[in-house]
Ligand binder design. Sequence first.
Ligand code: ZN
Length: 972
Amino acid sequence: MRLKICSAGLVYLVLAAAHGASLSASDDSRQRQRVEIGWHDDFRTDSGWFRENSDAPDHGNGTAIAFGSDGAVVSVASSNRATAWTRTTNPIWVNAFPFLEIRYSIRESGSMTQVSLLLSDDSTGPVTPGALNPENPLAGDHEALIGPLPHDRDHAVFDLRPLFPSDRVARLSLRITSGDDPSQVSLRRLAFWASDPRLPSPQATRPTSTAILLPQDDLSTSRPSQQGVWQPVQLPQRDAISAAWLASALTTSADWPAGKDIERGGILFRLGDADRAAMCSGVMEAESLDVSGQWKGCELALLLGSRMFGSGVAWYGQASSSPRVMISSPHQLAARLEYEDGSTSIHLPWSVRRKTWAVDRSPDVYIVPMDPAKNLVRFSVVDGMNYGQVFLLAASVNSSSSPAFPQVRPKAEPRRPRQVPPPVASPTQWNRAGNRFIVNNAWLRLAAEVETGLRLEQLGLVPFDREILNVKSPAPFVEVLGEDGQVLSMRFEAGNAGDTAGGARLDFRWSVAPSEHKLSLSVSVEDTGRVRIAPTLHNETAQPWKTALRIAQLRGCRISPIQGDNCYLVGTRNALLSRVPTSIRKDYSGVWPLPLVGLFAEQAKGGLGLFVIDSNLLPKVLEFKQTDSGADIAIEVHDLVVPPHGNLVLPPVTLMAHTGDWHELFNAYRAEATARMPSEDKRLEGSFYCRRDYPLGGTGYLFSPPSLRYTPEHLIAESNKAFGGIHMIDISGWAYSRATGRVGDYLSNDLGGLPELRRMVERSHADGIKVGLYFEGYLIDRRSDLAKKALPDWQSIDKTGKPRWWSGDMEFFACPGVEAWRHELAGRIAKVAHETGADAVYVDQFGLLGSGKACWSPNHGHPVPSNPILEERAMLETIREALDKQAPATAIYIEYTPVDGLMDLVDAAFDYGLWDGEAGRHPASLPLYRYVFPKLASFEMVGHGIRPVPVEVDDLHRCIFHGLGIWLKGRA
Ligand SMILES: [Zn+2]
């Protein structure tokens, strides 16, 4: 009707309306893709597709893939050929994006061509025939073949929920089989959607509960409005998403106070209208949201929301699955400021609600400090995540020069505390008044009352004239515990003091109830500021005395009188080097490998350190707690047995006063801990890139199952491409036998035997690459020949008397306290090393040393329970001796970085520090042992095998900063 009027103006209006409507539809589609696509490839450029050789061996001639503006074209020039093209990706979280869209076309003269897509979560791991343990990639559901794609269509959508069993896809493989004629397949898009892209998104009908924005009252730090101080920023409208899509992304209701000025945390923001509610980055893309303008002020406030998918934690079964909840690294999200003078600064936004540098899901207020002396011309919110997206709803600038959040200002570079010169040594003085002993030298002032134990009433740092024990009723420095864990009462019997060459020595003896037991302490006070306290337990009965000793017990120790100046260092796996409140209890084991605890003051200076050098490797537990009132320390040495009419000498605890920071303790401990280390170089020192692979259940590069041949050239080629090189190939699962399992026998296998491994080693050596071979330190397959001898006699027994099995009940734990097992395993390892020429042998599960490995069998010739540290030491010694006879150059590497007392026996170990989070740990995840034992090659597990998680920038920074090697399972 309207066109009939033929008015040019009206036609123009109608066209404009039509144009507007179509823009709106495509704009809505763009917004939906922003929020609902978790991953896509449009094939315009090659983003890492390569010819897959592992299980599509018959490409034929003229097979190729070409990328262009219309997508990719895969040509199969020959008839009846199979080809496959693979792309390895960061995980695509298909539990959140389960609809796979494929846009394609198939060109051929016949219609025999088959096109399918193999999706895999890229799991690799050890294959135990017939067992369903979670690490076995052939036992779980890790892949699915999608297709074949229909010939008569060019668009297909698959709901993966009933088709694909894993929560992530990390490898896509396009499989094409040509028919009687050559064929061509065009690919224009692969995309993973949150909802079926052919249907309207269900977002409009989603039941909702809370509004997008938290109410003003929820912001606990609300402060009186600062009128005129905060100037709202006008965000660009382009590429913004609507309030409806924002609500859909955040699964909240779309209650949007459009275009309004709102106040949060005392900051004035101006919201966009409902059609342009937030700037938004893509889920898989690393992108930045850029805002340009001209501002001057001291703070930038951002109203930010985010969402993340999947998990960053290694997957060992449903129980360990832990979703991402918080952004805490500037490599995930950062605010970048650009000033007119060209200078820039990058910040992790500071949460007003949480009062820390972290960003979570709900839109909330974050602060970024600005330089008030410069003109800001641009700021960007940089999303570095391939598994999440960021929403910028509003921004505001504090245009004054006085910060509303001064705690966010960058702190001045800490002044390196001026070293206090050590005091001039003076002879140690002592005196006794009844049951009170007093000792003084240039470093320490100690006063102890001894009637019911050694109670330190005074502990002073003389160079600073400062008392550091802040207690009214001092805890005993040493306590004896009964079998039930109760503290036994002590009564003073005798004490002596006298001068020695470099100090003084005090000896004390107490009777311990019942009175046939005694504790003596020998306290050597050195003029240099060190005190060594050596306990001995005496049993004067005819029965073994089972007991435990709590030693180095200090309560309420404050080095510095200044608030926030009391710092600590604890030698845990991921060293605690901090000042924040914390409370830990750790076994002397892989989680607390270095038995040292340091207290020091950065500003007031000085400190007190303690360490234990225990050549007997006795089991012990550290308790450490830091509160505002000071630090509490205690080390409990447990499962002690004092023989009838005999003594038990315990390792000395060294206390040291100093005038520096934590380095003083570190240096003193290192000097003693490394004194007995072999001086020759470690065999794997300098190794950096290490790949673990499996002939079955691996990347497909290492081994060719049809020919039973190792193909290291493929793994080396991929490593060269991905890393620029490789130092070691670490082969697990090589001992696979369908009849007898993967662990136990080792001398024969179904995969070409030891001669094929020797060929593999020689081939790798030709490229200067080392080869390591896997052995299980604990497990034996019940079907192996060795099991006939070992089961049940060698089996480890838990505290309840139950024999231990690995999950799957096919492999049992053998106790390294059994001498015959030690000789069997060591003999087999040495024989394999000799016959294959392997550079290193891996002993799995060794080094963790926790109480979960202790054995309660009375028939193994070890105490009950066994001490896993001593039993693993005995096993490693037996292996080293056997290797020294047959293959002395072969290195030993184990799963966990062990305690200091085993370091002399291992050449390399894994670190596990990336996942060892602990409140108060050092921000750089400090692997302190690296600096105590620098010759140990230490590898960080950046890639776990089952359901891999992405390696992130922080992971690589940590490795490179600390000199940790990178150990990768699965494809690069
Ligand atoms: Zn045992």
